[in-house]
Design a protein around this ligand. Sequence first.
Ligand SMILES: [Zn+2]
Ligand SMILES: [Zn+2]
Length: 294
Amino acid sequence: MKRIASYHVHTTWCDGHDSPEAMVRAAIEQNMTDIGFSAHAMWPFASEWHLSPASYGDYAAEIRSLKEKYGAEIRISRGFEADYLEGASAPDRATYSPFSPDYLIGSVHYVPAPAVFGKKSKKVEPWCVDAPAAEVARGLERAFGGDAKKAVSAYWGRVREMIEGADFDIIGHIDIPRKRNGELRFFSETESWYRREIKNTVKAAAHSGKIMEINTGAIARGIRDMIYPSLEFLNLAFEAGVPITINSDSHATDSLLCAYDQARLLAFNAGYRSASFLDDCGWTSAPLDSALAD
Ligand SMILES: [Zn+2]
Ligand SMILES: [Zn+2]
């Protein structure tokens, strides 16, 4: 059976525009076989775009009721996109188990400033890598004195820490610093230090057995051709045997399958012929859309 899924979907429970039910209906209309909800979560903290700790139970209950209502038409699963913030919050199954998630996506959105960066006594806010370009640039200056190599290397270090230390399923938008690099040009992906970082991270991912997502979310938000990860990253991941899933990181009904053809083609070009899907017994592998294999 052909499987069309997205396990990375946001709704009005966090920073999405549509309700979970509207997203389920749209997914059925678009012939999707699977939809997984992944509200932004940073237990036990919150922000304007994260679930508030008081809402976790209600969020979980709403997705459960949708499973009952639409279960015959589409496979619905319940997850969280859980933040990794060193020493404060981690995408750990044990932490989220009271809300019985089917899976967890682990994402790094914030990179803490190095403690020694000249302002030891002053609290410096972490660098938010997933923000509008001006904010990314401001944060880079504030937290890392504008040293992009240091900042981006620190990002990769946190990603590896998360992969190696936390218990979760899917690694979210793994090379997200590229998102604003088109506008800001703050680092070069061809420099040896950057290539070393991605090689080391692929190694960590392969060793962990975790699934890496191909994420098309930036395209729906107007950043042309930006799929995470890069083809270079994906080539290394394929060689190392890292399993993949294709996700839209959708925040609205009209972007549930945004740029999926492009994502499948990218996966195919890197050598992948199958992707991971969630079944009752856990993650299994099924062919990528065969239409692109010709
Ligand atoms: Zn994210
Ligand atoms: Zn997301």
